[in-house]
Design a protein around this ligand. Structure first.
Ligand code: NAD
Ligand code: AKB
Length: 318
């Protein structure tokens, strides 16, 4: 039996914090090493090993992998959609080179498994808006979407050509109360909860009827681990799986919050992120993930809203 030792790159980010904690529960604290360019997130402190690491420095990464006998890498470092539009060169460079560094090392060191997330941002204005299928017209218009789509084909290439067991899914916008999002177009769906509890008002950077695919973090973490634990012969998609839970607009989430905070007021001041959101599908068809490895979400908008309001520091029991 393989004794797994896991490296999480980008562990101080929105997903990294929760994924690291979940992996530590499963594999043991000492066997999951968190790493990031920025300092260790407070929620990780004391829960297991941490190393400061720049994924762009391939030699240093390679040394870590050999020294610590890593068998799996979860690569979460990236620049997301909104920040990417402000610095396209940097987004392309980090999002591509980090993946190529990890895939090369995985091939050379014969790592057992690699995880790398893609995004619904691969889809563009010419993709179907409703129940967007796995295989369809894909013409992304953001640098982030272009980098994710190219990355999907690198994953497929390293699997086909070198047998690297790299797995991926296209996350929708992720909502969590433990860690803050980092520069995405769907970040409003986290900010709105903080502002509703603290200020009783929020000005959203998207229009009220902008529907986007979304998911609550506990579902995303469970789904990620289920994908990684699935037997290899169940994995039919080696680019990146469509992955879905719910779809809502700023108006929908505002109305749901108002059920618990009636004085909450939602205003709108759309900015450059509106065009990004408008280029993405409203909902995603993830039937292949359902059929291949049994994916099923547990949270809808109602259940997620209750849980967020109950768990945020300024929250109330609802
Ligand atoms: P995040 O921005 O919160 O975290 C990314 C982390 O990577 C940060 O802590 C950052 O310091 C670190 N990082 C940046 N450059 C680095 C470098 N050179 N070396 C090491 N670490 C570096 O992002 P996130 O929301 O946690 O997203 C993680 C992954 O999931 C990304 O690939 C992202 O594209 C993907 N994703 C996220 C969402 C979402 O809604 N959060 C949706 C779809 C896909
Ligand atoms: C973003 O908005 O950039 C991310 C994503 C959907 O990839 N949340």
């Amino acid at each position: 039996m393989i004794k797994d030792k896991i490296l999480v790159i980008g562990a101080s980010g929105q997903i990294g914090v929760e994924l690291t904690l979940a992996l530590r529960k499963l594999y043991g604290n000492a066997n999951v090493v968190a790493s990031d360019l920025r300092e260790e997130n407070d929620l990780l402190k004391g829960s297991g090993p941490y190393v400061s690491l720049d994924v762009m420095n391939k030699e240093m990464l390679h040394v870590q992998v050999i020294r610590q006998n890593f068998t799996q890498i979860y690569l979460l470092a990236a620049i997301l959609s909104a920040t990417g539009e402000k610095n396209p060169n940097l987004a392309w460079s980090l999002n591509m080179q980090s993946l190529l560094n990890v895939l090369d090392i995985a091939r050379e060191e014969k790592l057992y498994k690699v995880y790398w997330p893609s995004s619904i941002a691969v889809f563009g204005p010419t993709s179907p808006k409703e129940n967007c299928p796995q295989q369809t017209i894909i013409e992304p218009t953001t640098v982030y979407g272009i980098s994710k789509y190219a990355g999907e084909f690198w994953c497929n290439y390293f699997h086909q050509r070198f047998g690297v067991d790299v797995r991926s899914m296209r996350y929708p916008g992720l909502i969590s109360y433990k860690s803050s999002p980092g520069g995405g177009t769907t970040d409003y769906a986290v900010e709105i909860f903080h502002e509703a509890l603290e200020e009783k008002k929020y000005t959203c950077f998207l229009k009220p009827e902008t529907y986007l695919p979304m998911m609550y973090m506990p579902d995303a973490i469970r789904g990620t681990i289920e994908l990684m634990e699935a037997p290899a012969d169940k994995i039919s998609i080696r680019t990146s799986y469509n992955f879905s839970a719910m779809s809502f607009s700023p108006a929908d989430i505002g109305n749901e919050i108002k059920k618990y905070i009636p004085e909450f007021s939602l205003m709108h001041n759309p900015d450059y992120r509106q065009a990004i959101a408008d280029s993405w599908p409203k909902s995603i068809d993830d039937s292949i993930a359902q059929n291949d490895w049994g994916w099923k979400p547990e949270y809808d908008l109602q259940r997620m809203t209750k849980d967020m309001l109950n768990n945020l520091p300024a929250g109330r029991q609802v």
